[in-house]
Every structure is written in structure tokens, then in C-alpha cells.
Design a protein around this ligand. Structure first.
Ligand SMILES: [Zn+2]
Length: 353
């Protein structure tokens, strides 16, 4: 049994490599991860040794806690480097064993034990009561990744309630009320199409419009809604320029044309600047769009979710998330050789469609 009061794990199994010594930036929070697997501490060490990564703790399917890197050193877990003053430098990383992969859910015993560990770390290091994105961060807060799966989705509120219950109980020297039965992810509500987690509804407004080939600019659309605001583009027509901008952060986007292939990325949205303010070449037919959203520092990670239709077939093509690297899916919207006639974009934290 782990000694939570003194932040001692069930077992030490120090990796001995893939970490940076010391804590020059202090300890300011905890980062939670999922293993992208259902692993023991020993198996984690084997994988991390080969992958050049690590984490401080791993919690297995039975809630058993192994420590791999000392709290006083920096694990290589958050994908944001060393010396940046961000996740790896300032937080303690905890990995949790998955019970499913579509979507990535975590075992209940791993949640209970992981949340207890979060509480004890918050208390021991004086970080305050556990709060999401204040002292408890999802891996994807720090860098582009799907980690920690449903721990940042359908299981997040349950996890944080348990972390707070344990914190309050440890602080007052009592035992917390037993865990209410966990929320079971309901198919169709938490698993949106393509196995993506559903959006929480938090958005960064994105404004975008398409230019008709041989015509003018069509009305600008914000996010996507119903009716006229449902998409950018004109059904069954061809388009040659795309202009897009966001209220915060940076949206990189590029288009593929039938005549030229992929054109350079642009990062501005200004319809009067057809060189740097839009993607495309006047008179050339767009058949593909690729986007990538860069979240501003200090904000919870969001991504560009987008999809398109073509003049050659009915219905929306598959949803794309950013450049495809996060989920390993399609990395652009469209179908080569088929003019793109409708586009929907949303900047959010899960599938909005
Ligand atoms: Zn992670």
C-alpha cells in the first residue's frame, strides 16, 4: 500500500535514464497522462527506455503505484522540452493504465489511486486544492497529443472530484466519502465519429470564407451553425481562395489545387491580401485544405477540427483534426481531383460534428 501522506509509492522502479536532474523551476503542478495501453510499471520502463521518454509515476489497472523518476528530478513526459519553464520543468507526471482505446478510457482503480496521489502531491508540495489547468494539467495542455484521452474528457470531472475529496480529507485528517459509481462513457455521446472524444463546447472563434472561381468572395462564416452560417462555400461550384482567421492563437492553413498540388502555408486571414492573407491562386481549383491551430501559452490545448464536401459526391467527408499527427488520421480535408465546394471549421478540444 502506498504511503500517501509521505508521497511514497507502492514500489520504486527507477528508470535511471531519460530525465533531467534537479528542479531549477520548482514544482508547480501535476500533469496527468494515459499510457495508451494497459501496462504494469515494469512494462512502462521497457517502453520508455526504448522511446527516450519517462514519467514520475505509473498507476496500473489495480491502482498499484510505481515511481520511475524522483519528484526532485524532471521526467521527459510532456513533449515540451527542458529549460522552457513549462510542463516537464515544473510538473510531476503521472501515467494511468487504459481500460479501452476507442475512446481511451482509464481503469477505475487507476483513477482512484491516481487521484489520491494527485491530492497527496498537491498537499505535500503546497500546490493548493487540485484544480483543472491551475495545478492539475492534462498532457495536451503542454503539447500536441491525444493524451490523456478520456481523463481530459468523459472521466475528467470524476477524476477531479476524487482528487479534491482526497485532498480535503487528507488536509482534515479524515477519510473521504467513498467514490460514487463512476460515469460510464455512453457510446454516441462521448465517442463522436471516428472514435474522437466529443468537444466540451469550449471554442476559439474562427472566421473563414471561400472565394468563387470566376466570382467574388462568399460571406464569411464563424465556426459553423445552421442554415447560411452552416459552412463556407457554394454547393456544386468551384473555389480558388480560402481566407481564415482566429480570435486568439494562430491558425496555419494551406490549400491543395488541382493545378499546383500543395501551396505554402499562410498564417494570416486578410481577404485584401491575396499573397499572404489567403491560401490559393486565383483561377486554380481547390481540392484539399489542411489546417493546424497553435494554442496560445497558458490556454488549454485546442485543435482545428474541419471537414469538407466535394462537387463529385454527396455528404461530408471524414472529420480531420489538425494536421493528422495527433490522432494519426487523415491529414487534410478533401479528395484530390474533386473540387471542394463546402468547408466547416471549428477550433475546440474534441470532435464538434
Ligand atoms: Zn502523456
Amino acid at each position: 500500500m502506498a504511503d500517501f501522506a509521505n508521497v511514497q509509492p507502492d514500489k520504486y522502479m527507477l528508470l535511471g535514464c531519460n530525465f533531467s536532474a534537479g528542479r531549477p523551476f520548482g514544482i508547480r503542478g501535476v500533469t496527468i497522462h494515459h499510457m495508451a495501453g494497459d501496462l504494469t510499471g515494469d512494462q512502462c520502463n521497457g517502453i520508455w527506455r526504448g522511446a527516450g521518454t519517462s514519467a514520475h509515476y505509473a498507476v496500473d489497472r489495480n491502482g498499484y503505484i510505481t515511481q520511475h523518476v524522483n519528484d526532485t528530478d524532471r521526467a521527459w513526459a510532456c513533449g515540451d522540452g527542458i529549460g522552457t519553464g513549462r510542463g516537464n520543468d515544473t510538473t510531476i507526471s503521472i501515467e494511468h493504465a487504459n481500460s479501452g482505446s476507442n475512446p481511451w478510457t482509464v481503469h477505475e482503480k487507476a483513477i482512484e489511486s491516481g487521484a489520491h496521489l494527485v491530492a497527496s502531491l498537491c498537499l505535500y508540495y503546497g500546490l493548493g486544492r487540485p484544480e483543472w489547468c491551475k495545478n492539475v494539467f492534462p498532457h495536451r495542455y503542454w503539447s500536441s497529443t491525444a493524451c490523456p484521452g478520456e481523463l481530459a474528457g468523459s472521466q475528467r470531472d470524476h477524476y477531479m472530484q476524487r482528487a479534491q475529496a482526497w485532498y480535503d480529507a487528507m488536509k482534515s485528517g479524515s477519510a473521504p466519502a467513498p467514490s460514487a459509481s463512476p460515469v460510464q462513457p455512453a457510446q454516441g455521446t462521448t465517442a463522436a465519429s471516428g472514435g474522437f472524444s466529443a468537444s466540451s463546447g469550449a471554442r476559439v472563434p474562427v472566421h473563414y470564407s471561400l472565394h468563387l472561381k470566376g466570382g467574388g468572395w462568399l460571406d464569411e462564416v464563424t465556426d459553423f451553425g445552421a442554415g447560411d452560417n452552416g459552412f463556407a462555400g457554394y454547393p456544386c461550384r468551384q473555389h480558388d481562395l480560402l481566407c481564415a482567421r482566429v480570435d486568439r492563437g494562430t491558425l496555419k492553413y494551406q490549400v491543395h489545387t488541382i493545378e499546383d498540388g500543395w501551396l505554402d502555408y499562410v498564417t494570416k486571414g486578410d481577404r485584401n491580401d491575396t499573397v499572404n492573407g489567403c491560401a490559393g491562386i486565383v483561377g486554380h481549383t481547390i481540392d484539399g485544405v489542411r489546417m493546424y491551430y497553435v494554442t496560445p501559452n497558458g490556454e488549454e490545448y485546442k485543435q482545428a477540427w474541419y471537414r469538407s464536401q466535394t462537387t463529385a459526391r454527396a455528404g461530408w467527408l471524414g472529420t480531420v483534426c489538425d494536421d493528422g499527427s495527433t490522432y494519426g488520421g487523415d491529414d487534410f480535408a478533401g479528395m484530390y481531383g474533386e473540387p471542394l465546394d463546402r468547408l466547416q471549421v471549428c477550433i475546440t478540444d474534441g470532435n464538434p460534428y
